[in-house]
Design a protein around this ligand. Structure first.
Ligand code: 2BA
Length: 109
């Protein structure tokens, strides 16, 4: 058994969630915040069998778009990243950041 942590853009969260659920994968959604942009993203936690992981990754990546986000030099990250210059900085965000961990034991009591 595996545990999947998938961080997706907030705008993709609802679609990714409904697709996974529709395909029969149980999912828990957590509101999270990226440390770099300091803006909201969505983290999915999913317990799944080993042979389901490829399908899950495929679904998440299909519905998570890659975006370019522009941040001002004095917003969020910015004072240290841009030297507080106020100059816009472009960063690529997503599709999704996915971690797959081995689970030693799973109980539902
Ligand atoms: P953020 O930390 O807000 O990062 C947003 C995007 O900013 C990242 O997109 C990346 O393109 C860029 N970025 C992050 N740190 C950077 C840095 N030190 N210098 C320059 N650019 C930087 P993604 O890589 O797609 O990540 C999207 C979100 O996924 C991240 O939001 C963070 O919440 C999470 N994430 C990404 N990698 C992670 C990791 N190794 N561990 C935990 N969370 C991660």
């Amino acid at each position: 058994m595996k545990m999947v942590f998938a961080i997706v853009h907030n705008d993709d969260g609802p679609l990714v969630s409904s697709v996974l659920t529709k395909e029969g994968f149980p999912v828990t959604k957590m509101a999270s915040t990226g440390g770099f942009l300091m803006s909201g993203n969505t983290t999915f936690i999913m317990g799944a069998e080993d042979n389901q992981i490829d399908k899950i990754i495929d679904l998440i990546s299909r519905y998570s778009k890659r975006r370019t986000q522009s941040v001002m030099g004095d917003a969020g990250i910015a004072p240290t990243y841009t030297g507080g210059s106020g100059i816009p900085v472009e960063v690529q965000v997503g599709g999704a950041t996915i971690f797959v961990l081995n689970i030693e034991r799973f109980e539902r009591v």
